[in-house]
Design a protein around this ligand. Structure first.
Ligand code: SAH
Length: 382
């Protein structure tokens, strides 16, 4: 099999040597294998890439997140030094927009050290380029654990969905871990481990017990959510996570592959296509609360961005702008906030964790609060 790409060859070798491979291990290898992983070998974003993310659609997104950070810093008591951590920063676009927007809050900008948590050397290079003109100290790390402690604000867009999931399949004798095996015809195929996972049923939400045969349940190892919760509580800080997913833990297979902006099978072309799975916001909430963090939301992205003043910001960008620019802003606003299948407004959700002393965070109160107004007003210049 000389024409098998190197990552697929490695996956096959591992399956032959060690037996069928759990979905989580397969996803980890495909995305972040140190040599052949999807994020390690390429920059997948942008109009010509595999997918487009909110910060790549419009500067408005990162700017509003920046103003959220400034308001949150004030709610933290405006500490003299604060770490602004971004998890999985892609091309660095969001951080660039964040830092530009917070120029209108100079004390916050002065207090900042930026920490980028990025596993991919290729994307780290992109981020270094993007931020090369920035007059704020920026450091790179491969994991959140490596970021020094201290007052912290954490932000992440479409990061959790790229973290590996485990899957279990309901069989006659209980839940078995879902695995990838080599089928008789030589192709990679889903299967399930021989033995059931002991006591799995008891760890599931009540509604999922007695699930029908064939039902699939997915979960993520809690390490990252727990580390975010721990940091937020220890540093009297906050974290803002934006991602797509479901509000309640539920059965279902959301493991998906996207290449060249179309869906394909996750088992086709390992390492050459993006693999993601929906975020279980209920599980995130439990993880953060178990460490004593307060949880805000989740709220839909459209609601969140409107509360932060995206419409005001769009109007400001359109003022006196040429016709194409006006159309571009309208188009971006629609993509970020539209609640139908073509938009991100409803499918994407925003959740925040905070130290309990930060009572209310912009974008999460039912009625626009004073701090929401701050973000909207602060968004005007530019
Ligand atoms: N936030 C960006 C990119 C989202 S894609 C945007 O919205 O455009 C996911 C990002 O997370 C990429 O930068 C990827 O390299 C990074 N990543 C994936 N797994 C990671 C991990 N385990 N640790 C750190 N970064 C990771």
């Amino acid at each position: 099999m000389t024409d098998v790409p190197p990552l697929e060859a490695e996956i096959r070798r591992r399956i032959i040597a060690a037996g069928p491979m759990p979905v989580a291990q397969y996803m980890t290898l495909c995305l972040t294998h140190p040599k052949h992983g999807y994020y390690i070998t390429r920059d997948p974003f942008g109009a010509k890439g595999d997918f487009v993310t909110a910060p790549e659609i419009s500067q408005m997104f990162g700017e509003l997140i920046g103003l959220w950070c400034a308001a949150t810093w004030k709610a933290m008591g405006a500490p003299e030094n604060v770490r602004l951590v971004e998890l999985g920063p892609g091309r660095g676009t969001m951080m660039l927009d964040v830092l530009r927007a917070v120029q209108i809050v100079p004390d916050f900008r002065k207090a900042l050290v930026v920490h980028m948590v990025e596993v991919s050397p290729t994307l780290e290079q992109r981020q270094r380029q993007a931020l090369s003109q920035i007059d704020v100290p920026v450091e790179w790390h491969q994991t959140l654990e490596q970021v020094p402690v201290g007052p912290t604000i954490i932000i992440a867009n479409e990061f959790i969905d790229a973290l590996p999931i485990h899957q279990a399949v309901m069989c006659v004798d209980g839940w078995h871990e879902r695995v990838i095996k080599i089928a008789d015809n030589g192709s990679l195929q889903f299967g399930h481990a021989r033995d059931p996972i002991p006591l799995f049923d008891q760890m599931l939400p009540r509604a999922l017990r007695n699930a029908p045969i064939g039902a699939i349940f997915e979960w993520r190892a809690d390490q990252i959510a727990l580390e975010i919760g721990r940091r937020v509580v220890h540093s009297k800080g906050a974290a803002l996570l934006i991602d797509y997913g479901h509000l309640e833990s539920a059965a279902g297979d959301t493991f998906q592959a996207v290449g060249g902006q179309t869906f394909t099978s996750p088992l086709q072309a390992p390492g050459a296509v993006d693999l993601t799975a929906h975020v279980d916001f209920r599980a995130l909430t439990h993880a953060a609360q178990s460490l004593g963090a307060d949880v805000h939301g989740p709220v839909e992205q459209a609601t969140f961005l409107r509360r932060l003043g995206i419409e005001t910001r769009a109007e400001a960008l359109k003022k006196g702008a040429p016709l194409e620019k006006t159309a571009e802003v309208n188009n971006a606003l629609a993509r970020l906030t539209s609640e139908d299948m073509t938009g991100m407004g409803k499918m994407f959700k925003v959740i925040a964790f905070s130290h309990p002393s930060l009572r209310e965070l912009p974008g999460f109160a039912d009625e626009p609060s004073e701090s929401d107004g701050t973000a909207a007003r602060a968004g005007k210049p530019g």
